[in-house]
Design a protein around this ligand. Structure first.
Ligand code: UD1
Length: 426
């Protein structure tokens, strides 16, 4: 199994270019199912997850080509309507084909995701929404088969919890539905806004982008569109936290500071200097004052929330940073029930963390020590990279295929910032 080996304790300096957002690219790619013709998507990261969704589209008869970060996709040859267990098992975002397939073909068959490493993660909100729009759902052999005769119908759909992919699936289904669909308590994540931008460019009529109430007036036809994927705010946040934990002075380029409101404020409270520019964010730690030493890192409490709150996808990484402070912090996870798998691995590196229900209590002791650790899911793996960069000595991270799902050129990007990091093939 491939490994990442980090010799920690070296500050990071320089610039790092942020890639397009994985979680924005996935729905943009599946939205091309809605109408035939060549769609053009810019700034699409080349990741295991984007390759998986393209393989799924290919299995449905679509063709695509990639030039650099630009993808051209044509769904004129659409023949299939099924996302298999094999695909959904490796990437639950495969369920994003449900809405567009139902809208275009009147039929979609998708394996139910089942449990995943970070919790149960059902798709009942998606299914309830499709039902309200007139789809008949049957469940057989772990697959949900959704069918509708004629067009889907507009409906008012309320989410108990603002689901990101749920909102995206309903938006795609509603674009060509008969009548108006209202999504109440919709997710406000910037990735949803990026999808609204694409659907609008395709001719959809959507009001309320960026708010928790989205109104979609169904249209009869859509056209292919050209759109740019927003920068990956989770990748950006991970590099900011890494630079914070390891120390140094790092500038992110090609990013959007307004997509990271909670993290940037928390980093300022912890004691970093954060400068926001047009498409850039710089993080540095104030230099030591003569005779007084460096400024200690302050501990902060963090609670994950739907956007614009603190992203659950940055919870594991900020926990690694909190171990480097000199106080007590409480991190509360409110989105997923089992998202503390990184705790056991961080403890192997000397962290003092106690989990109590949905909270982790971290007693910062200002230092971590290198160790052999194992990646358990995408963001937990990123937290081990952060910890490894900050730790004294050598950290060896195995099962790094998780990282390859969501971080483009992670090792090269960090090495360019001065990290001593390498990937070792098994
Ligand atoms: C998306 C992101 C993921 C991120 C998550 C939360 C993508 C591809 N993935 O996942 O990286 O961690 O948002 O920001 O964009 N829920 C239900 N029933 C449903 C749907 C959701 O109970 O039908 C619950 C979930 O269990 C969870 C909460 O709602 O507790 C939010 O989940 P959701 O926003 O749907 O997550 P994803 O869209 O799967």
């Amino acid at each position: 199994m491939d490994k990442i080996i980090i010799e920690g304790g070296r500050p990071l300096y320089g610039e790092v270019k942020i890639s397009g957002a994985k979680n924005a690219a996935l729905p943009l790619i599946t939205a091309t199912l809605l109408t035939p013709g060549w769609h053009v998507l810019h700034n699409v990261p080349d990741l295991r997850d984007t390759r998986t969704i393209l393989a799924l589209l290919e299995s449905l008869g679509l063709v695509w080509e990639r030039q650099g970060s630009t993808l051209r996709i044509n769904s004129a040859g659409l023949i299939g309507f099924e996302a298999s267990y094999e695909l959904v098992k490796t990437m639950r975002a495969s369920v994003l084909v449900l809405g567009p397939l139902l809208a275009r073909l009147g039929r979609a068959r998708v394996s139910l995701p089942g449990g995943c490493a970070i919790g149960a993660r059902p798709i009942d909100f998606h299914l309830q929404g499709f039902k309200q729009m007139g789809a008949i759902l049957t469940l057989e052999q772990g697959y949900v088969d959704a069918q509708v005769t004629g067009r889907l119908r507009g409906a008012t759909i309320y989410f108990d919890i603002p689901s990101v992919t749920g909102t995206e699936n309903i938006l795609m289904a509603a674009a060509t539905a008969d009548g108006t669909t209202v999504i109440k308590n919709a997710a406000r994540e910037p990735e949803v806004g990026n999808l609204v931008e694409m659907l609008t460019a395709m001719g959809a009529r959507i009001e309320g982008s960026g708010t928790d109430r989205l109104v979609v007036h169904g249209v009869s036809d859509l056209q292919p569109a050209e759109v740019t994927t927003i920068p990956d705010r989770i990748e950006a946040g991970t590099y900011l936290i890494a630079a914070g934990a390891a120390g140094g002075d790092v500038t992110l380029t090609n990013c959007n500071p307004s997509h990271l409101p909670a993290l940037l404020e928390k980093l300022r409270v912890i004691g970093f200097t954060i400068e926001e520019g047009a498409g850039t964010i710089r993080i540095s730690r104030p230099p030591p004052v003569a005779g007084q030493g460096g400024v200690p890192l302050r501990s902060v409490d963090i609670k994950t929330q739907p956007y614009p709150g603190f992203a659950t996808d940055l919870q594991a990484q900020i926990m690694a940073l909190m171990t480097m402070t000199s106080g007590l912090s409480v991190i509360t996870e409110t989105i997923f029930e089992n998202r503390f798998m990184h705790v056991a691995e961080l403890k192997r590196m000397g962290a003092d963390i106690r989990v109590d229900g949905h909270s982790a209590i971290i007693k910062g002791n200002g230092r971590l020590k290198g160790a052999q650790v194992m990646a358990t899911d995408l963001r937990a793996s990123a937290s081990l990279v952060v910890a490894g960069l900050a730790a004294e000595g050598v950290t060896e991270i195995s099962r790094i295929y998780h990282l390859e799902r969501g971080y483009e050129n992670l090792v090269d990007k960090l090495a360019n910032l001065g990290a001593v990091i390498r990937k070792e093939k098994a």
